[in-house]
Design a binder for this molecule. Sequence first.
Ligand code: FRU
Length: 490
Amino acid sequence: MESEMLRKAREYEQFNRERVRDTLPVFHVTGGIGWINDPNGFSLYKGEVHLFFQYYPYDVSWGPMHWGHVKTKDFIRWEYLPAALAPDAEYDKDGCFSGSAVELPDGEHLLLYTGVRKTDDGDEFQTQCIAVGDGNNYQKSPLNPVIDDSMLPAGGSHVDFRDPKIWRDEEGYHAAVANLCTEENGMILLYDSEDAQHWRYIGVLAAGHGHYGTMWECPDFFFLDGKAVLLHSAHEMLNDGLEFHPGDGIVCHIGRYDREEHRLLDEQVQAVDYGLDFYAPQTVETADGRRIMIGWMQSWASSRVGHPNLPFNGQMTVPRELRIRNGRLCQWPVRELENCRRNGVSFHGVRVTQWKSLPGVSGRVLDMTLHIRPAEDEAYHCFRVRVAEGGDLYSEISVRAQEGIVRMDRLNSGFPHDVVHVREFPVPVQNGELDLRIIMDKYSLELFAGEGECAASMTLYTPLSAEGIRFSADGAVLLDVEKYDISVED
Ligand code: FRU
């Protein structure tokens, strides 16, 4: 049965999405209207990929959390479905927070999410709840909450206890849940179940012990290329060279899973995305065995200042195929994007010194690969590409080859708020050579360096008439360019 609150949200979104459709990005998920944050419930169901998201349809700022819903067959063309959850039960009256989903053997789709409940005396309880449905309508379970504060280890907080990620293997169902512990700060707890309804506490999968920030949110745990991988998003990170910056950070632990102790043993820890806007990623494994990640392409800091004149706030990244190579997490735009390339232009060995544009190389919805290498007669120190250029506005990616550093800079993109606009990060430059793949979709840019060893994302709210792209180098660079528009029309 649809509650009054859910019915209202569904009516509101249906009516308003139609009105604003042309303003939306072409192949990146937004709420269609209103506010979104974390991706939720990224899962396969009846042969299609479903994605839910933290959602407040009525405003472009965060509000009582609903779950919005889209699905896709190819990760590029997304179909809106009616909102799936509203905070309409006693145990989730203050929000249906993040969570995940799994297809049950009986053909139903199960959502596992965090219900938030504030009490009259100012306390708050976050518990894990389930809803079961058919891919369109979901019914909250009478068993809710299915994981509550009685199933916490000593020292675990009942206020910061959220974002369950469910998966199934031959032993049954498992869930990784984020928690704050007085002694260990951020930690990820493990729970098991035979039927995805009755759960028991298993142990601590990973804990910060004073490292990698305080609260850890939005865990995802999976096996890839022979390694155990844990992703989480952390509050109050400290600066660590060019790997982690202060504030919210997205952390990837790569290691070995100790099945006796239920513990992840780190071999390598790295940032997931080195750009300005990325948080709370979640993954799904496809039928053909690919591990695909999608993230909220936003930072909490910049989301709060808002973007005037747009009817939506928040978008997802392009879905990315993950691999572990040489001990590192590598990411690459989902291969289906290549089927949407149109109007290709390419150039080989263009000598770049002073600012230069190339015929046909412009636009705001595109997929462009640059291969840079030093000219034979002249070394170069810095290569620059400006995109979304028009009038005085532009955003810039620059490569300092000798240092092996890329700088992502939207200082001149027209963003009128005092948030972070520049990031620098290490990239694998070899003998001055580097590949950069740039994906743009109106209000965003995603950069993949090398073979995906580094990814960096940012939003940019430059007017869409700014479509220029130019290149320059201190010294001389030989540049190959392959550029396509992206279109989702058949
Ligand atoms: C992460 C987060 C989650 C929470 C959700 C609330 O961005 O804070 O921990 O479930 O957002 O919208």
